[in-house]
Design a protein around this ligand. Structure first.
Ligand code: GLY
Ligand code: MN
Length: 462
């Protein structure tokens, strides 16, 4: 964990930016896979990690805004815990490591909150995403479970988003560490991408690399020769030359900071002409977008720049036609890139998404579009120094979408359906990097992962 001052400072800043009342931060609990004592890999709640640092189950943190006091509610280990799982420092000693002086058994939380509610004090919390914590909140606060999310505090969400959006030097070092482990995952995956191997064989090795670096991957690995399915979690295909293999995978560090990188490579290690042309179109979009990153520019503008770059390249290939500015305005490019350019990255791979995407990625000035494609952009607002985000353009040939648009004569001024038809067996390409917004521009985090055609061919051939 970071030093106790890091957590104390974060809590002080949060208390100063919420008007009054009590902030309740529930930690996560162990979650059973198939029976109670056989659990999924434990993952602490990110809000709890950010403000209270302790990476164990059975905890709740409280910030009393009016009395400037913090508490951790949690139990000391008992003899059964010691026998089966080992000893731990007392709750008091653990709390001191994160700068909290007041601790109490977990069951005292209920009375503590009851007193506050009777006194008419507001209890702020973020929307629960695990059923167990939604039920616990419902019981603690006496609010019907069905409506519990609606009682989440928008004031609290906005205050936390403001804090967590700006990464400090320690967080940037952690994310860079995650990307460096991710480097090893990707270069290993590239070298394994040979004809005859099954996707799952590569996935298993990559998961192991992430675990060796600290923790499991930051999200379920996407590794597929069917990259036209954006979040494809089927890993049963056997690789064959002529296919492109998408690897969208990131490590997470022992402190749970995430990497999130995508590379797409030709099975066997050599791009054919068609693959190289589409690949370079996506690469140009990725590079144009990264280069445009700086404080003050809205990420929606960078998304549109990436789309325009892609569309111009697709016009050169013959897949698109007409005036490209008009095509972008109409949303015709979304046949090929039906998703957003990227998202915030931090403790979560889609950082803070549990608070609600619009609270993180949009504000009063930048409201989410409803246009197909652009509507999936998770981050649209202006960039600030200290943001860490992903830049991940792609180009996909999705047969069902092509059939639908063609049948409905969608954007026929801008799409050359005759040529598009011949790409239905192509799959998809995505190229993703993790980018820090600096004072005057950007910094691509971590050890550079092979990205150009030449770099990838060299890595795969070595
Ligand atoms: N890398 C997976 C995603 O961004 O959704
Ligand atoms: Mn991503």
């Amino acid at each position: 964990m970071f030093s106790s001052e890091v957590y104390s400072n974060r809590r002080n800043k949060l208390r100063a930016s919420v008007s009054s009342g009590i902030i309740l931060v529930l930690g996560n609990n162990e979650s059973p896979m198939n029976y109670k004592s056989n659990t999924y890999h434990f993952r602490q709640d990110s809000t709890f990690l950010y403000f209270f640092g302790l990476d164990k189950d059975g905890l709740a943190g409280v910030l009393d805004i009016d009395n400037q006091t913090d508490y951790i509610f949690g139990n000391d280990v008992d003899m059964d815990d010691i026998i089966w799982m080992g000893n731990l420092p007392s709750m008091k000693d653990q709390a001191e490591q994160v700068g909290v002086k007041n601790t109490a058994p977990f069951n005292n939380l209920s009375d503590f909150l009851k007193k506050a509610i009777i006194a008419g004090r507001k209890i702020h919390f973020t929307p629960p995403y695990r059923t167990e914590n939604a039920l616990l909140l419902s019981n603690l606060l006496g609010v019907n479970y069905t409506f519990i999310k609606e009682y989440a505090s928008v004031e609290l969400i906005k205050a936390i988003v403001k804090l967590r959006s700006i990464k400090d030097e320690f967080e940037i070092a952690e994310i860079s560490k995650a990307v460096n482990t991710t480097y090893l995952m990707h270069t290993t995956g590239m070298k394994m991408a040979k004809s005859g191997i099954i996707e799952q064989e590569i996935v298993g090795v990559l998961e192991g690399i992430s675990l060796s670096g600290g923790n499991p991957p930051s999200f379920p690995i996407i590794l597929t020769v069917n990259g036209q399915t954006l979040h494809n979690h089927n890993h049963s295909n056997t690789l064959s030359v002529g296919r492109m293999m998408v690897i969208d995978a990131g490590a997470s560090t022992s402190m749970h900071y995430a990497g999130d990188i995508t590379r797409t490579v030709p099975v066997g290690g050599k791009f054919n002409t068609r693959q190289r042309d589409i690949y370079n179109a996506v690469l140009n979009a990725n590079m144009a977008a990264i280069t445009a990153c700086k404080p003050g520019i809205a990420y929606r503008e960078i998304h549109l720049l990436a789309c325009k770059t892609l569309a111009q390249n697709l016009k050169e290939i013959g897949l698109m036609k007409g005036n490209i500015d008009d095509a972008i305005k109409a949303g015709a490019h979304a046949l090929f890139m039906p998703h957003g350019l990227g998202h915030m990255l931090g403790l979560d791979v889609h950082d803070m998404e549990d608070y609600g995407e619009n609270h993180v990625g949009y504000d009063e000035k930048y409201v989410r579009s409803s246009q197909f494609g652009l509507a999936f952009l998770r981050l649209g607002r202006e960039l600030q120094k200290g943001f860490v985000l992903t830049v991940e353009p792609g180009c996909y040939f999705i047969p069902a979408l092509i059939d639908q648009w063609k049948a409905e004569k969608m954007h026929t001024d801008f799409i050359n359906y005759d040529l598009v038809e011949t790409y239905k067996d192509f799959g998809g390409i995505r190229i993703e990097d993790d980018v820090l917004i600096t004072e005057n521009g950007f910094n691509v985090l971590g050890k550079p992962i092979p990205k150009t055609v030449a770099e990838i061919e060299e890595t795969m051939g070595s």
